[in-house]
Structure formats: structure tokens, C-alpha cells
Design a protein around this ligand. Structure first.
Ligand SMILES: [Zn+2]
Ligand SMILES: [Zn+2]
Length: 413
């Protein structure tokens, strides 16, 4: 059966993911995210009535705008229960940020409430029948709860969302699946990750060095996944460690759904070795500690900024970046120019800054291998600013497509 696909956002950028699938008498929406830039950027509006929404995971670039559709239309939202609960936190948070920064609110709190009522919770290997399509969920290995969707009509179409193929401390890597059409992310097109053990060793050696010289280590992290991976890495170091920001609530949600994490016992142990910042008083104590793990991961908001006010000027201290730093973010400016924007003023940072590659996304060669193992006919790249760098490795063996936003195309599904 022929179906029409159209990206409403996120095809050639890492951000605001959105794609419609039309056919079989319905219109489905796969993800509806925002780019959490200042001001936030949104995907194109949906073309009309949406029958079903599919959400791969709870990062804002995938879930952030779903209430604008699901809260207004009565469509079902298919995702894992863990992704639904974390998304709810993220949606309220982005509404809070919009209010605080004076941006127009893309939806209301009531839309988030209604969205949550429309969630159809599904777990890995569950299949639902929608007309002539069977849809099955498979773990994406990206963050806990993250799923790929397999759409099976006459042929099979796999939509990966964000994936990692290598095992992480929190989740095992994604497994390839035979399919005819493969929609795959290409965040790391043209770049490979160094061996993980080397990165871990260098990261811990740097922490020891900073603390030995009397400095404080700040690790800015994303709330979903990175906070907990870093806590798991550091849990046996024996330093005075603090965790701040929304990552704390996300850790508790992960522990509410232990079936989605590799080792709940070790995450519980990691949580116990960290002091939690719950108020201004404990933030003052944290600043006298040794390691602070805190949101936001790209230094564009969150408690990390209040720590930087105090800690950035002492060269004994260090900011250790451990996640993706998108263009036009404070984190990127810090890496490239050694300064950040604090309260509207660009200021120099005197403390040490280092970047460590702890990505939750597959690297270039891992993506190529995953594609070869799925052995599709059509490979459709998305979620990438460098996706053309995959062409030399793949174009002789596959029909590789680099779709653009609002340029619909048809596939046999
Ligand atoms: Zn993600
Ligand atoms: Zn993403």
C-alpha cells in the first residue's frame, strides 16, 4: 500500500522533529517536538485532523509540541508509559520557560492534562493493529523508555527516532530489524565516538586532577538519561557529590519503571551516593562540595547558571561538558569562544573547560553498520545536520533519501 510521508520539521536539523504519514484513510503524526532555542522554534502546523500520534521518547525535540495537537484534537498517543510520564514533566517545564522568558505559549496546561489522558501505554514488542497496519515497539537504546516504531503493512517500515547501538550503563543498545524502509537518525554523520572506556578513564582522571588542586567540578547535564549515566559513572568515587535540577525527578521516574533500565539496583545505589539539592540552602552547601551534576546540559537555563555565577572565575574549577552542544547555545559558545551569556551579558569564563564524548546517539560507523544489518531498500535520513556525509558509505547499496521539510514523498508500506 502506498503512503505519503511529509516532514514538518527536523529532517535536516537536530531539533523539532515532526512527520506525517497519510494513507489507509487516516493521518498519523510521528513526533511533534520543539527546538528549545531562544526563542523556541516549532515544526510546521499539522495539516488538519490527526488520528494517531507516535512518540519515540521524552526529549523536547521529539515531544515538546505534542499538547498543541493532542490537547486540541482527540487523538491517541502511542508511547511507553515511562516516556509519557517524563514527557509530561518536560512539557510543563517548557511552558514554565515560555512564561518566564515572555514567549507566546504554544499550548496551555489543560492541553498537557488532556494529552496525558489520551496516552495509550505500550511496551517493547507490543503490537497494535491500526487498519491495515500493525505497529510494533522495539527498544531504541537511547534513553530509558525510548522506542523505535515498526509499521507493517505489505512491507515493513522502521522509524528509529534517536538510537544508540552500543550498550550504555542505563540501557542496552538497539537491535537491527529487517525492513524495506528505514527512517534513521544521523546526528553523528561524519563523526565517530572514541572508545567508551578511554572517555570514562579520561573523565575520571580529570575529576581527580581538579579536586586534587582544590577545585570544584561542574558537570552540566540533560535531565533525561545523561544525569543518571553520569551518576552511575561517579557513584564509587567517594567525593562529596551533589545533583541538582529536573534530573532528580527523572531519576525517580526511572526507578518507578525499573523494567526500562538495565540495573535498577545500581541506579538506586548511585542516587544514595549523591546529595540532592532541594532548595537555596542546599545549593549554598553544594557550592562548597566537590562535584555538582546539574541541568541544563547546554547551559541555556537551569540551576547550572547560578553555580557558574560563583564558580566560573576560579581557574582551579572546571566545567566538564558531557553532551551534545547545539549551535547557538551557551554550551557551544563556551567551547568555541570561552564565554557564556549570563543574565543577558556575555562574560569570560576563567575556569577550565573540557568536553567529553558521552553521547546517547550512535556514531557514524555504528549507524552504517545498523543500516547494513537492517538491510532495507530505502534509507531515509533525519535528525541530522551532516547527513550527506553518509552518502559515500551507502549510496552504492541502498536508495538513500535526504528529505526536506514540507516536500512529501511516497513509499510502499
Ligand atoms: Zn533524544
Ligand atoms: Zn533528538
Amino acid at each position: 500500500m502506498k503512503m505519503k510521508f511529509n516532514f514538518l520539521g527536523g529532517a535536516d536539523i537536530v531539533g523539532r522533529m515532526a512527520m506525517t504519514i497519510e494513507g489507509d484513510n487516516k493521518t498519523m503524526l510521528v513526533e511533534y517536538g520543539i527546538s528549545p532555542t531562544k526563542p523556541p522554534q516549532y515544526p510546521l502546523p499539522v495539516p488538519g485532523k490527526i488520528d494517531h500520534i507516535f512518540l519515540t521518547h521524552s526529549h523536547l525535540d521529539h515531544c515538546g509540541m505534542i499538547p498543541a495537537v493532542c490537547g486540541k484534537q482527540n487523538c491517541e498517543l502511542f508511547t511507553t508509559p515511562l516516556s509519557a510520564e517524563i514527557s509530561e514533566l518536560m512539557m510543563y517545564d517548557s511552558l514554565k520557560i515560555a512564561k518566564a522568558e515572555g514567549y507566546p505559549e504554544p499550548y496551555q496546561a489543560a492541553d498537557i492534562e488532556r494529552t496525558m489522558q489520551h496516552v495509550v501505554p505500550l511496551t517493547f514488542e507490543d503490537t497494535i493493529e491500526l487498519g491495515h497496519l500493525d505497529v510494533t515497539l522495539h527498544s531504541a537504546g537511547h534513553v530509558p523508555g525510548a522506542t523505535m516504531f515498526e509499521f507493517k503493512g505489505d512491507n515493513s517500515t522502521l522509524y528509529t527516532g534517536d538510537i544508540h547501538t552500543e550498550d550504555q550503563k542505563l540501557v542496552l543498545g538497539a537491535r537491527p530489524l529487517d525492513c524495506k524502509n528505514l527512517f534513521i537518525e544521523g546526528t553523528y554523520g561524519g563523526r565517530n565516538h572514541p572508545p567508551k572506556e578511554d572517555t570514562i578513564n579520561a573523565f575520571i582522571a580529570k575529576i581527580d586532577e581538579v579536586i586534587d588542586r582544590g577545585g570544584i567540578v561542574i558537570v552540566p547535564v540533560f535531565a533525561v538519561g545523561r544525569t543518571q549515566e553520569i551518576m552511575l559513572l561517579l557513584k564509587n568515587l567517594g567525593y562529596e557529590m551533589w545533583v541538582d535540577g529536573m534530573g532528580r525527578s527523572v531519576t525517580n521516574l526511572f526507578l518507578d519503571y525499573p523494567e526500562y533500565i538495565r540495573n535498577a539496583k545500581s541506579l538506586r545505589a548511585a542516587k544514595r551516593t549523591f546529595n540532592e539539592v532541594r532548595n537555596a540552602g542546599s545549593r549554598k552547601r553544594a557550592i562548597k562540595g566537590q562535584i555538582i551534576v546539574t541541568t541544563g546540559g547546554m547551559l541555556d537555563g537551569g540551576p547550572v547558571l547560578s553555580y557558574l555565577h560563583t564558580l566560573k572565575d576560579d581557574p582551579k574549577n572546571a566545567i566538564l561538558l558531557v553532551g551534545y552542544q547545539a549551535d547557538d547555545t551557551n554550551g557551544r559558545m563556551l567551547m568555541d569562544q570561552g564565554c557564556i551569556n549570563l543574565d543577558g551579558e556575555v562574560v569570560k569564563v576563567a575556569c577550565e573547560v573540557q568536553k567529553f564524548d558521552f553521547s546517547a546517539h550512535a556514531g557514524h560507523d555504528q549507524i552504517v553498520q545498523f543500516i547494513r544489518d537492517c538491510d532495507p531498500e530505502n534509507v531515509i535520513f533525519m535528525h541530522s545536520e551532516t547527513r550527506e556525509l553518509f552518502l559515500p558509505d551507502l549510496q552504492d547499496d541502498y536508495h538513500v533519501m535526504l528529505p526536506e521539510v514540507n516536500k512529501p514523498f511516497e513509499l510502499d508500506v
